[in-house]
Design a binder for this molecule. Structure first.
Ligand SMILES: NC(=O)c1ccc[n+]([C@@H]2O[C@H](COP(=O)([O-])OP(=O)(O)OC[C@H]3O[C@@H](n4cnc5c(N)ncnc54)[C@H](O)[C@@H]3O)[C@@H](O)[C@H]2O)c1
Length: 561
């Protein structure tokens, strides 16, 4: 998309800009604009108050906050009239400011496969006029309720050793300070951010109490916690609104208020609320449920290697186990785990045990959760080994080979690339000298590669764990599979996106122009397709699928006779 100037003012050389992922640039507001912006918001708030609406401020309009803000803004009372006026608030940083003007145009700052995201945001901003966004955190002065959706990252220092990492609470602590300085004393603050257990009561509450004390406010701040279970994909909105929630409050009054708020904005009738006694319990619920998921996937890594080396197809083993209702959530482990939450949440828990809760024996208490994260973070390295070996079986060398990666996202049929195993595959094979190409039907830009010097933050890219990565900024995600395959010597099916499941081996080999190495990371290929690839002169290897060797021998034997 062409870069266009959206600020009304002429571009001064010293002006700072924030660019949206599509390349649209917005001038960062200067100090003089803050007063005007406050007046704009105040006018909207006054009108909303006249209409009897509650004022809700959502801090952080990222993946979760932008959609949560719209869900709250869409709430109606018993008579069907809008019940809330929502202000999405975001710092005007060069990295994030663009989300505000975009939202105020009725456009979603989040790209989702769910069409309801765009509809919901456009309806609330442009039609119902129940949602606005601002960079001026003075809007907190109007809030009846503040929902906190800023990030709380876990910064890993090494690949495959999460114990050397640490929680990055800076954004959350800064947000809590700002909130404490500005909210009315009866305002409910609801932390939705996934936090290290203990954060709400032992980090956030003291910050609010201190701020209240310095403002001479006698009452105790109302603070609650209720984590998000949002899932990227075509049911994005539903996964926030129509899904079971867990909540808790720092005291009885906060608990009552958070229950009331969630009852009003979410589909609690069909998806009942679980109310826990203390925030540390709801915080721990989130961390345990994500660590559990990470652990069952990591545990299968060793059985995946066992299967590869002993003629066993882990895919069939898992399907055979799954029929037992007690084991129905066992899933095939792909190349790593990915998504924003699963790779980090266990880390927040282990870190909190020592740094918030004060225990020194974390290394002996926490043995499974760190191991699970480390295994998941490094599982994709094995895909590079399989690619090397498959090419070797064809008499080729990985260095200089044209390798096509199919699937950049972390999960099937979504465009979310955060911490995807595919990134590790590309980085490792690039380090080994392969010429990588990428295809993904759902991903437009692979920012982890294209903007690796600044994304997710300067010095934080996984680039730092590998050599020879500079050229990856030129990565273009291809959309035409036929063209992407042309001349490829290896193809890696990294994610089971729907279009890959339908691919016929004859077409793949034809489009490549010659037999090629095929690597299956997700149990994508049924046996008849594996057989066909061998008949076509291709080589096949797969994560966890040792029976492929048997199919190979059968085809060879048949060819000999
Ligand atoms: N994305 C998911 O799939 C998902 C699922 C479940 C839970 N969560 C949790 O939800 C939380 C938010 O995640 P996300 O994916 O929306 O993150 P995100 O990075 O997309 O959004 C966070 C936003 O907060 C803003 N921000 C940072 N500091 C701020 C400040 N001081 N004031 C105002 N805004 C500030 C950032 O600029 C950013 O836009 C995290 O704790 C995450 O673990 C996310």
């Amino acid at each position: 998309m062409a870069k266009k100037e959206t600020s009304g003012k002429s571009a001064k050389a010293d002006k700072e800009y924030s660019a949206s992922p599509a390349g649209e640039r917005f001038a960062i507001p200067d100090r003089q604009q803050y007063a005007l912006e406050f007046k704009r918001v105040e006018k909207l708030v006054n009108r909303a108050r006249e209409e009897g609406r509650e004022i809700v401020v959502v801090m952080g309009v990222g993946f979760v906050g932008a959609v949560m803000a719209a869900i709250v803004a869409d709430t109606v009372d018993k008579k069907g009239r809008p019940a809330k006026f929502v202000i999405g608030c975001q710092r005007p940083s060069t990295r994030s400011y663009w989300k505000i003007p975009l939202l105020n145009k009725g456009q979603s700052p989040v790209k989702a496969e769910d069409p309801e995201v765009d509809e919901l945001i456009s309806r609330c901003v442009l039609k119902k006029k129940t949602l606005t966004a601002t960079y001026n955190s003075d809007c907190l002065k109007f809030a009846d309720c503040v929902v906190v959706d800023v990030q709380c990252d876990y910064k890993k220092q090494d690949l495959g050793n999460m114990r050397t990492g640490e929680a990055d609470m800076a954004a959350l602590e800064a947000t809590m300070r700002t909130i404490g300085e500005k909210i009315p004393h009866k305002c409910l603050v609801l932390i939705e951010t996934t936090v290290a257990p203990g954060t709400t009561e032992f980090v956030a509450w003291p910050i609010l109490k201190k701020a209240f004390a310095s403002r001479g406010i006698k009452s105790i701040p109302l603070l609650a916690h209720s984590f998000e279970r949002v899932m990227p994909g075509k049911d994005y909105v539903s996964s926030i609104r129509d899904f079971w929630r867990v909540c808790s409050g720092c005291n009885a009054a906060s608990r009552r208020r958070v229950e009331k708020f969630l009852r009003e904005v979410l589909n609690i009738k069909e998806y009942p609320l679980t109310v826990l006694d203390r925030p540390i319990e709801s915080e721990t619920t989130k961390i345990v449920e994500n660590s559990y998921r990470a652990t069952i996937l990591a545990f299968l890594n060793e059985w995946s290697l066992f299967a590869e080396r002993n003629g066993v197809d882990l895919d069939k083993v898992i399907k055979a186990i799954k029929v037992r209702p007690t084991h129905s959530n066992i899933i095939f482990p792909g190349p790593g785990i990915g998504g924003y939450c699963l790779p980090k949440d266990g880390g927040l828990g282990v870190w909190a045990y020592r740094h918030i809760l004060g225990f020194e024996d974390g290394d002996s208490v926490f043995r499974i959760t760190p191991a699970a994260i480390d295994i998941n973070d490094t599982r994709a390295l094995h895909v590079a080994e399989l690619t090397r070996d498959t090419l070797r079986n064809m008499g080729r060398c990985v260095a200089g080979a044209n390798v096509l990666l199919c699937g950049a996202s972390y999960r099937q049929d979504v465009g979310d690339t955060r911490y995807s195993g595919s990134e590790v595959i590309v980085r490792k094979l690039t380090e080994m000298g392969a010429e990588m190409r990428v295809h993904d039907p759902y991903v437009e830009h692979w920012y982890e590669l294209e903007k690796q010097d600044t994304y997710p933050a300067p010095g934080r890219s996984w680039k730092r764990f590998f050599r020879n990565q500079e050229g990856l900024t030129e990565t273009k995600v291809q959309k035409d599979l036929r063209l992407s395959l042309k001349g490829a010597e290896a193809v890696i099916f990294a994610v089971p996106h729907a279009p890959y499941l339908e691919l016929e081996p004859d077409n793949v080999a034809r489009w490549a122009g010659a037999p090629l190495a095929v690597i299956d990371c997700f149990g994508i290929l049924p046996d008849d397709k594996i057989r066909r690839y061998f008949e076509l002169g291709c080589e096949v290897k797969a994560l966890g699928r040792g029976h492929i060797q048997r199919i190979r021998e059968e085809v060879r034997k048949r060819k000999r006779h």
